[in-house]
Design a protein around this ligand. Structure first.
Ligand code: GCB
Length: 598
C-alpha cells in the first residue's frame, strides 16, 4: 500500500515538474533565430467522438499489404490553413468544440550539428504533439507559446508531425466554462522549426533600470550551466560593448552605464539594435529603454506622470470572423487604435500573438498583458492554480524584453474569497519570479454606490498587492445611474492610481433611435452613455487612465440577439465591418484633449 502511494506521489511530482520546466524553457526572441516555418496547408481529421488515440491516428499508418486497412487517413481529406483557427475555415466547424487532428510531413534542412526545436506560437486549447509516431510533448493553454527539442528524433526526409488539438471547455481550464468571446480552436499561431548551436543563448533580459535613466541591466542565460563562458551585449548606437562571463548556472549579468540614451515613449518609440554574443551563438534583438514606476497615485513613464489613453480589442478580425494571427492583422487592429488617439492597449483577455506585441511597441503603444483569468475560474483547485502559474510565466518569458509592456494583469472580475486571494498572490509571484520590474494590476467589477455617503466604493483587500487598481464599470448599461453623472464621486483605492479598464454599451452601427432608451441598441444611446461616463470620470480623483470596452464589435456565443446579427457583442466603437460609430468620435476627442493636457 505504502509503495503504491509512494509511486503515485512520484508520478505526480514528475508530471508537475515536467509542466514547470515547460513554462520556463522558452527560447527568447524566437523570430530572431534561424527558423523554417511549418505553416501552410495541413491535413486534418475532425474527431468528434475522440477516437483518434485508440486508433493511433498519430502513427499515420498506411496499408502495407492487401489484408491491412486503417479507418483514418490524413491524405485526401480535409485541409486547413495553419496558422488560423478551425472554426472560421469551414462552415460546419463554426461552433465546433472538440478534437481535431492536424498532420503534415516535413524535411529538415542540413543542420550541421545544430539543435532543432519545434516551437508553437499557440495552439488552442490543449495539444499533444507526435513526431514520426511518437508522442513528444503536450501543452495546455490557448494563448502562450511552447517548444520541444527534436534534435535526436528528427530525420532529414519525410518526418510526419501530428498535433492533436482539443478546445473543449472544462471547469478546471483557463478560461473555464463560459466567457464572452469565441472559443476559437486550432493551431492559431506560427509553427516554427528553430535551429540553434549546441550551446546556445537560451534567454536574455535587457532593460533600463526602473528609475535610473543611465543604467541598463542585462542578464543572459546560456543553455549550458557552465562557468567562465564569455558573453557580450553590444548596442552599437550607444557605443556599448559589455563583456561578461557566466557563473556556474550559465548566467552572465551586468549593469551597464550609458549617457546618451534616448528613452522609448509613445511619442518617440525609439528601439536600439542589440546583439548578444556567446562563444558559440549570436542573437539580434531590437530593444527599447524606458523608466517606469508608481509614486503615490501617479504612474511615471520616463519621470513624467502619464495618463493612459487605452483601448482593448480581442485577437480577432471581425470581417473575417476569425482569429488574428499575422503582421497584416496586427496592422489593421493597431492602426484603428492609433487613429483613436490611444497610447496604450489592454490586450484582452489573453496574451495575443507576437506580431501584435512587437508592432504595438514599434508604433508607440504601452501594453497591458494578461492571461484569461476571467469570471468562473476554480480558485480552489490547486491544479488550476499551477496551470495558471505556468501560463502567466510563459507570457512573461515571451514578452519581458518588450519595454512597451507596462502591466502584467493577473485577473479580470473576480470576487473576494480566501482561495481567490491565494491564487492571485501566486499569480503575482510567478510574474515576479521572472520579472520584478513591471507594474502588477487586476480588473475588478465590484465597485458599488454607497447610498449613505453618496460615493462609489469598493471593498477588496487584494488591491493591496497591486501597483494599479483597475475597474470595469458599465454605468448606463449594466448599472443604472443612481444620480447624475456629474454628481458621481468615486472613493476607490485612494492612494493608488486607478484605471477604468472597461466601460461602454452596445450599439448596432447605423441604428439611430432614442438616446434615452437602452433597448434601442442605437448609436445615439451609446454616444450619450459615453458622454455621461466621461463626465463621471472628472469626479474620480485618482483616475490615471481609461480603456473603453471595446474597439471592434466581436463574436461571442454569450449573446443571442438576432437583430444584432446573432452571436455578436456590439460594444465596439467600430462595427465588424470597420465603420466608426458615433461614440468613436467622442472618445477620439476625449483622448485628443487628454493628450494636449499632458
Ligand atoms: C466584462 C468582461 C468582458 C465582456 C464585457 C461585456 O466585464 O470583462 O470580457 O465582454 O464585460 O461586454 O459584458
Amino acid at each position: 500500500m505504502k509503495i503504491k502511494r509512494l509511486m503515485i506521489t512520484c508520478l505526480l511530482a514528475v508530471s508537475v515538474l515536467g509542466g514547470k520546466s515547460q513554462a520556463q524553457d522558452l527560447l527568447s526572441n524566437v523570430y530572431g533565430r534561424d527558423y523554417q516555418l511549418l505553416n501552410g496547408k495541413w491535413g486534418v481529421i475532425v474527431d468528434l467522438y475522440d477516437q483518434g488515440e485508440r486508433m493511433q491516428v498519430y502513427k499515420n499508418r498506411k496499408p502495407q499489404d492487401n489484408k491491412q486497412f486503417y479507418e483514418y487517413s490524413f491524405d485526401g481529406g480535409l485541409v486547413l490553413n495553419v496558422p488560423s483557427d478551425f472554426n472560421s475555415q469551414i462552415p460546419e466547424l463554426k461552433f465546433y468544440e472538440g478534437t481535431v487532428w492536424y498532420g503534415r510531413s516535413f524535411d529538415t534542412p542540413k543542420t550541421d550539428g545544430k539543435r532543432l526545436f519545434l516551437y508553437f506560437g499557440a495552439v488552442s486549447y490543449r495539444s499533444k504533439i507526435y513526431l514520426n509516431g511518437e508522442k513528444i510533448a503536450s501543452h495546455e493553454g490557448g494563448f502562450t507559446p511552447f517548444q520541444v527539442e527534436i534534435t535526436d528524433k528528427v530525420k532529414q526526409k519525410d518526418n510526419f508531425l501530428v498535433v492533436k488539438v482539443n478546445n473543449t471547455r472544462t471547469t478546471d481550464a483557463i478560461p473555464a466554462m463560459s466567457f464572452d468571446w469565441w472559443n476559437y480552436g486550432g493551431i492559431t499561431r506560427d509553427v516554427m522549426l528553430v535551429s540553434v548551436p549546441q550551446s546556445y543563448i537560451k534567454d536574455h533580459f535587457i532593460q533600463l533600470d526602473k528609475v535610473q535613466s543611465n543604467l541598463i541591466r542585462a542578464k543572459v542565460t546560456l543553455s549550458e550551466a557552465k562557468p567562465g563562458i564569455n558573453v557580450q551585449v553590444a548596442i552599437p548606437e550607444l557605443g556599448i560593448r559589455q563583456n561578461m562571463t557566466t557563473d556556474a548556472n550559465g548566467i552572465a549579468q551586468a549593469t551597464i552605464k550609458t549617457k546618451k540614451l534616448q528613452r522609448w515613449s509613445p511619442d518617440a518609440p525609439k528601439l536600439y539594435d542589440v546583439t548578444i554574443t556567446s562563444e558559440s551563438d549570436q542573437l539580434n534583438e531590437q530593444i527599447g529603454f524606458r523608466n517606469l514606476y508608481v509614486k503615490g497615485e501617479d504612474i511615471y513613464l520616463n519621470d513624467q506622470p502619464i495618463f493612459l489613453r487605452s483601448i482593448s480589442f480581442h485577437e480577432e478580425i471581425p470581417q473575417r470572423r476569425g482569429r488574428a494571427f499575422s503582421e497584416a492583422d496586427a496592422t489593421m487592429l493597431l492602426s484603428e487604435a492609433k487613429e483613436l488617439g490611444a497610447n496604450m492597449i489592454r490586450l484582452a483577455h489573453y496574451p495575443q500573438n507576437e506580431y501584435t506585441v512587437r508592432l504595438a511597441e514599434r508604433m508607440g503603444f504601452l501594453l497591458w498583458e494578461e492571461i484569461p483569468i476571467w469570471q468562473g475560474i476554480d480558485f480552489k483547485n490547486t491544479a488550476t492554480r499551477e496551470k495558471a502559474g505556468r501560463m502567466i510565466k510563459e507570457m512573461v518569458m515571451r514578452d519581458k524584453n518588450r519595454c512597451s509592456v507596462v502591466f502584467w494583469g493577473i485577473a479580470n472580475e473576480t470576487a473576494t474569497s480566501a482561495p481567490r486571494n491565494e491564487f492571485l498572490k501566486h499569480m503575482k509571484q510567478c510574474c515576479l519570479d521572472i520579472d520584478s520590474t513591471r507594474l502588477i494590476t487586476a480588473a475588478f467589477d465590484l465597485v458599488r454606490f454607497n447610498r449613505e455617503n453618496r460615493n462609489f466604493e469598493m471593498n477588496d483587500s487584494i488591491i493591496n498587492i497591486l501597483d494599479m487598481v483597475a475597474i470595469n464599470k458599465y454605468m448606463g448599461w449594466y448599472h443604472d445611474w443612481p444620480l447624475a453623472p456629474d454628481q458621481a464621486v468615486w472613493n476607490v483605492a485612494p492612494g493608488k492610481p486607478l484605471f477604468i479598464s472597461e466601460f461602454g454599451g452596445e450599439a448596432l452601427y447605423g441604428k439611430h433611435g432614442d438616446a434615452e432608451v437602452k433597448s434601442s441598441w442605437s448609436e445615439d444611446y451609446q454616444a450619450q452613455l459615453y458622454k455621461d461616463n466621461l463626465e463621471m470620470f472628472k469626479h474620480i480623483p485618482n483616475l490615471r487612465g481609461t480603456s473603453p470596452w471595446i474597439l471592434f464589435d466581436f463574436r461571442s456565443p454569450f449573446r443571442f440577439h438576432p437583430h444584432q446579427g446573432g452571436e455578436w457583442n456590439r460594444k465596439g466603437l467600430v462595427s465588424d465591418q470597420g465603420q466608426r460609430k458615433k461614440a468613436w468620435y467622442i472618445m477620439r476627442d476625449y483622448y485628443n484633449q487628454k493628450k494636449t493636457e499632458q
